[in-house]
Design a binder for this molecule. Structure first.
Ligand SMILES: [Zn+2]
Ligand SMILES: [Zn+2]
Length: 252
């Protein structure tokens, strides 16, 4: 694995290129942008409110995104969508955009867009927004990405999902926001790269640093974990656990 600075358009092919747009929790610890990362310049995992801004800082063309996968509807993971969708309207996007997310993804996204920027064209005006609603165990394919959704435990008021994603034979697991739970342990099995949203403050609704060894222990021995959603110091890693910062770029 090589770790390099941000700034280049991630490529296709046999690599997994992860660019972390935001690595903070919902209170923006240390001024970090909120949760989002891009894989191979094409697949956006969660849409934190600063996702568009961070894409432009990293000189990644937002129009290259083809698929957005949303883990749950907390604002730090979801409220970046209206800015992205406005960008696509302003820039005259023509390519279809696939948006994958929990039950209610279409109604919630369209309602949020209507609140944020009333009067934009409907979902099939100009470029088309195509929605896929997931549930536990639902799998599918979107623009070269095979995905399977795993329901994880986070807060009682919202359902949350992690994703196992395979791109050109390479497999990534994204936890979403989760405590240590059966769904998360099923998710990380067979994945080469784990992106784990974590809390180092003993927060009861997120994975704790002390849970990392258990999670990594359920993944293949060669797997690398990357910790994100950082909310404090002390999220230290071993050789196979890295801690991401905003605009970090990992290639596997
Ligand atoms: Zn959350
Ligand atoms: Zn969160």
């Amino acid at each position: 694995m090589a770790l390099s600075g941000a700034g280049s358009q991630a490529g296709d092919g046999a690599s997994l290129d992860l660019l972390f747009l935001g690595t903070g929790n919902s209170t923006s610890y240390e001024g970090r942008a909120l949760s989002s990362f891009v894989v191979n310049g094409r697949y956006l995992f969660d849409a934190g409110p600063m996702a568009l801004q961070q894409l432009k800082k990293a000189r990644i063309d937002p129009s290259g995104l083809q698929v957005v996968l949303i883990s749950h509807f907390h604002a730090d993971h979801f409220f970046g969508l209206p800015f992205l969708l406005l960008e696509y309207w302003v820039s005259g996007r023509e390519d279809e955009l696939q948006i994958i997310g929990p039950p209610g993804i279409e109604a919630r996204t369209e309602a949020l867009l209507g609140l944020a920027f009333p009067g934009l064209p409907p979902r099939d005006g100009g470029y088309r927004r195509r929605y896929t609603e997931i549930d536990d165990g639902v799998s599918g394919e979107a623009v070269g990405l095979q995905f399977e959704a795993f329901e994880v435990e986070h807060v009682p008021s919202l359902r949350c999902f992690g994703y196992r994603a395979t791109i050109a034979g390479r497999t990534l697991a994204y936890s979403g926001d989760s405590i240590l739970c059966r769904g998360l342990l099923r998710l990380v099995a067979q994945a080469e790269v784990l992106v784990l949203n974590c809390s180092s403050r003993g927060d009861p609704v997120h994975l704790a640093v002390s849970d990392l060894a258990t999670v990594v222990g359920h993944a293949p021995a060669t797997a690398t974990a990357i910790v994100s959603h950082v909310d404090g110091a002390g999220t230290t890693g071993s050789s196979n656990v890295r801690v991401a910062s905003d605009l970090d770029h990992f290639r596997f």
